[in-house]
Design a protein around this ligand. Structure first.
Ligand SMILES: [Zn+2]
Ligand SMILES: [Zn+2]
Length: 290
C-alpha cells in the first residue's frame, strides 16, 4: 500500500450485528473509505469462526464499497498482560481466534489494547504483554497482510500503554519478530497528558512520538474528541469539536503530511454529530490541503 495515494482513509467503528459484512454495508452508507469492526461479540470470550459463506458475503460487500482499509478491534475481555494465569491463557486463546478471523477476512490491521496491570505492577504487565505477543509469532510465519497494532491508552485505572515509553518498550521487543505497529487514539493520548489542541502542540507531540517510538511504527489512528481534560487519564470520547480537544486538532491530522496516509476511524458517540457528517468534514479538511 505504501507509496500509493489512496486519498483520505476515513471511517468509523461499524456495527457487525447480523454478520460481519454488515459493517461494510454500514461503512458504504456513510461514504467511508476505512472501517473498523468487532469480528465477534466484544463482551464474550468465545467467538465463532468465520464461515466460507461469510467470507463470500464479506468480499462482495467490500467490492461494492469504497473501503480500502479494514481494522478489527479486539474484544474487551482480553488482557494480554494479566497476572492471573487462567485469565492470561484465556486471553491468549481468544486473541489467537481473533487473529484467525482477521486472516479469514483478509483484514489489514488488528487493533488491540495493550493490557491492564490488575496487580498494580506495570513493569510485570508490560513483560507479560511482550511474552504474549511473541507467542503469536508462529501464526505469522507465512507472509500475511495482517498487522497487529497496539493502541495508545488513556491510562485509566491500571491500564498500561499511556506513555510513549511503554509503547516503545513493547515495539522494540517485538516488531522484528511479529508484524506490530501503533494506533494513536487522539482522545487517549490527550487524556494521558499529550497536548494536541493546536498545531504547535500536535507538532511537539508527534516529534516526541518520533523520538521515543518512531513515526515509522505508526499505522492507524482513532479520531475522537475528549470529554475530559488534558492529563485527566479518563477515557470518554466525544464528537469532534464538542470536547476538550477541539476541531483544530482534527484539521491538523487530516492535513499534516506525516499522518496523511494513515487510516483513521471515529469512535465518537452519535450525539452532537453524525458519523456521515464527521467523515465528510474530515475529507473536506484533507482536500483543503491536497
Ligand atoms: Zn480507540
Ligand atoms: Zn477510548
Amino acid at each position: 500500500m505504501k507509496g500509493q495515494d489512496l486519498g483520505p482513509l476515513v471511517g468509523c467503528h461499524n456495527s457487525a450485528s447480523g454478520g460481519v459484512h454488515n459493517a461494510l454495508l454500514e461503512a458504504k452508507s456513510l461514504n467511508a473509505t476505512a472501517s473498523q469492526l468487532f469480528t465477534s461479540n466484544q463482551k464474550q470470550w468465545r467467538g465463532k469462526k468465520i464461515s466460507d459463506e461469510e467470507v463470500e458475503k464479506w468480499d462482495l460487500a467490500k467490492a461494492a464499497s469504497d473501503v480500502k482499509v479494514v481494522i478489527s478491534h479486539d474484544g474487551y475481555l482480553i488482557n494480554l498482560g494479566s497476572h492471573d494465569k487462567e485469565l492470561l491463557v484465556k486471553s491468549r486463546v481468544a486473541f489467537i481466534e481473533e487473529i484467525e478471523r482477521c486472516l479469514a477476512l483478509d483484514l489489514d490491521f488488528l487493533n488491540f489494547h495493550p493490557g491492564t496491570a490488575t496487580d498494580k505492577n506495570p513493569e510485570r504487565c508490560l513483560d507479560t504483554i511482550i511474552e504474549s505477543l511473541l507467542s503469536f509469532a508462529p501464526l505469522f510465519e507465512k507472509k500475511r497482510k495482517l498487522k497487529l497494532v497496539l493502541e495508545a491508552t488513556a491510562g485509566q485505572g491500571n491500564t498500561v500503554g499511556h506513555t510513549f515509553e511503554h509503547i516503545a518498550y513493547i515495539i522494540e521487543s517485538c516488531h522484528r519478530k511479529i508484524p506490530l505497529g501503533v494506533c494513536i487514539d487522539t482522545c487517549h493520548i490527550f487524556a494521558a497528558g499529550y497536548d494536541i489542541r493546536t498545531s504547535a502542540a500536535w507538532d511537539k507531540t508527534l516529534k516526541e512520538f518520533d523520538k521515543v517510538v518512531g513515526l515509522k511504527h505508526l499505522d492507524c489512528m482513532h479520531l475522537n474528541d475528549s470529554l475530559k481534560g488534558l492529563g485527566s487519564r479518563v477515557d470518554r470520547h466525544s464528537c469532534l469539536g464538542f470536547g476538550e480537544i477541539g476541531i483544530e486538532a482534527f484539521k491538523f491530522v487530516m492535513q499534516d503530511k506525516r499522518l496523511k496516509h494513515l487510516p483513521k476511524c471515529l469512535e465518537t458517540p452519535q450525539k452532537e454529530a453524525r458519523w456521515e457528517d464527521e467523515i465528510q468534514m474530515l475529507k473536506d479538511f484533507y482536500y483543503e490541503k491536497h
